[in-house]
Design a protein around this ligand. Sequence first.
Ligand SMILES: [Zn+2]
Length: 124
Amino acid sequence: MKLQTYCKSFQKAFFIKSKAGTRSELEDEIGAYFNNQCIYCLKNNEYHVNNIFASPNDSVKLFGYIFGGLIMTIGMTTLIWMNGFITSGGIVIGGLIIYHTSGKAPTSIVRAFNNYKIKRGKRK
Ligand SMILES: [Zn+2]
């Protein structure tokens, strides 16, 4: 899982260096309000933890593509060998695995992070 926020000047996403798994963990780590230097415009802006969103790692996606592709191939060859014709079973299962591990369907941890918002209190 990667944590990102948008630059206030360019609306471009950049990554936050943190291993926090939830938004409250992130708040404990960097505080509700924090300053971060944008990698694009080098401006030091203030952000709130609620402006950070999580996205799945590319490695997870890659694993999904390889694993899904493998299931498709195995499913198709097995079914062709057994029945002598192509069925869509392997393609459907493989396709679902690829879909679920791709960015369109974030993992539950990513979804939980994005859904949970910190209560905005007064600044310290
Ligand atoms: Zn910027």
